[in-house]
Design a protein. Structure first.
Length: 157
């Protein structure tokens, strides 16, 4: 059904990311499917903030995110699943959209918390991706689809 699945994880929110990743793993129906696991390191944004950080801060942050992403995937994805690790840098919404097109994803899987009033007014990343993506999008709400016992996808049931 799906050939390339882009799954977006926030390494700072392990609980949500485990649920999101486990849902994406369940969608892998054959050895021909590639799971593209993306995490985004936000850029510093405004230039007046940059002088307060070391010169190599962004490079160090991307390197640390890469190590963390590989460990996270190793812990939560069966070795039989073909995985591509992606560490992007920039705006979360923009990088998700860019990589979905670049890897020719058939499906984007991302997590979202239960919406609060501020989310309706500001438009979170998940809502922007749902509205603008050319691909199908699956939004995983916290642990609503999985119980705690279902978050470790390494062991067959």
């Amino acid at each position: 059904m799906f050939r390339d699945i882009l799954v977006c994880v926030d390494l700072a929110d392990a609980k949500q990311s485990i649920s999101t990743l486990a849902t994406a793993v369940r969608l892998v129906q054959s050895k021909d499917v590639v799971l593209h696991v993306l995490t985004v390191v936000p850029d510093l944004g405004m230039t007046f903030v940059a002088p307060f950080f070391p010169d190599d801060f962004e490079v160090s942050a991307r390197d640390a995110a890469s190590v963390a992403l590989h460990g996270f995937v190793r812990e939560h994805v069966p070795s039989s699943v073909s995985v591509q690790h992606i560490v992007a840098h920039g705006s979360v919404y923009g990088e998700i959209m860019r990589y979905a097109d670049e890897v020719e994803a058939n499906l984007i899987v991302l997590g979202a918390h239960r919406p609060a009033l501020r989310d309706y007014l500001l438009g979170p990343n998940a809502a922007r991706v749902v509205r603008h993506a050319r691909q199908s999008v699956m939004v995983v709400r916290s642990e609503s689809l999985l119980g705690p016992q279902d978050t470790d996808m390494r062991q067959p049931r």
